[in-house]
Ligand binder design. Structure first.
Ligand code: TXA
Ligand code: MG
Length: 299
């Protein structure tokens, strides 16, 4: 299959591919997603197949209009609407009760659904053109770093999907924050993301419970090794320690960098392309909980 690169003006053609049952990757403000219309079961099966994604790892439904929610979710608590008011569109994913008509494969058989309204013109226009929400996991092979540019999508899916819309580099570069609203009295942080818990708590005036040992049951995605390059990732916390390490370990093909949300995945992918044996992350000064969470998954 030829993988077409659509420009951000070619929304209609990309939507036509999706409506014909093909997969198309598209930009969002966080990372690129690999899309399929939410009611197209064969397309959803294709997502799991091309990504090699475990079938119990549910997908996020991306909406363009808050009215879309009624078709795919039910029993929405008032906290859902305050989240929408403050943070939609944006890098926040909300877990609520699923409407029965949504195919079971979307949610890995659960009776819940993840909802997000991306803050990206191309993504919103595409969803509107398709005429229904798009389910989309991050557009990467399972276990590999997420894609933050078209080149990453081609690396993973060239010849396997119908197309990708080029929206340039992802503005944020790290995935959305996922919170569960299933118990609205006790919202739970299932995946830290670009939107911090502190900001959520401040705007929503509610305490967000932090992950505990139940997390892998509540959010299947977190139990898999993720976001990881092939090279060994080594964390070093001071320049002195780096100096010492380099003196002891000479002649190794490696990359050394200070990670941030914009360079993390791209540098992982680049290091693998260059067949580096190791990647050293200089961690002094790195404080972003989402970034630290993703880096911890490489260990
Ligand atoms: O920023 C993002 O969220 C990107 C862009 C493309 O929107 N998407 C993304 O999707 O990161 P994915 O599939 O790579 O991660 C979705 C996460 C997984 O950890 C998954 O387990 C969790 O959301 N999730 C999805 N539906 C869920 C549900 N019904 N209950 C609990 N967790 C769910
Ligand atoms: Mg992912």
């Amino acid at each position: 299959m030829f993988t077409k690169i659509f420009s951000s003006q070619e929304i209609e053609a990309a939507a036509a591919c999706l409506l014909a049952g093909e997969l198309v990757a598209f930009p969002t403000e966080t990372v690129y997603g690999l899309g399929a219309p939410i009611f197209f079961e064969p397309s959803i099966a294709k997502i799991f197949q091309v990504k090699n994604r475990p079938s119990d790892n549910p997908l996020i439904a991306h909406i363009a209009d808050i009215q879309d929610v009624e078709k795919i979710a039910q029993e929405l608590p008032s906290l859902f609407f305050s989240c929408v008011e403050h943070f939609f569109p944006g890098p926040l994913t909300l877990i609520v009760k699923k409407a029965p008509r949504v195919p079971a494969a979307v949610s890995g058989g659960r009776d819940t659904i993840a909802l997000r309204m991306p803050d990206h013109k191309v993504a919103l226009a595409l969803i509107k053109e398709v005429g229904m929400p798009l389910v989309a996991p991050s557009a990467n092979l399972s276990g590999k770093p997420s894609s933050t540019a078209v080149a990453h999508i081609l690396e993973d899916f060239e010849g396997k999907i119908a197309g990708v819309i080029d929206g340039g580099p992802s503005p944020i570069g790290i995935e959305s924050t996922v919170i569960s609203l299933l118990d609205p009295k006790k919202p739970l942080l299932l995946r830290p993301g670009h939107l911090s818990s502190a900001l959520l708590e401040e705007k929503l005036r509610v305490k967000i419970a932090q992950p505990d040992s139940l997390l892998p049951t509540l959010s299947p995605g977190v139990k898999y090794r993720h976001y990881a390059p092939k090279a060994k990732v080594i964390l070093i916390y001071s320049l002195e320690a780096l100096d010492l390490y380099l003196k002891k370990n000479k002649k190794v093909e490696r990359r050394i960098f200070v990670p941030n949300s914009h360079n993390l995945y791209a540098t992982f992918r680049q290091a693998d392309k260059e067949l580096c044996a190791e990647i050293i992350l200089l961690m002094n000064g790195v404080q972003d909980p989402a970034l630290i969470n993703r880096i911890s998954k490489t260990q």
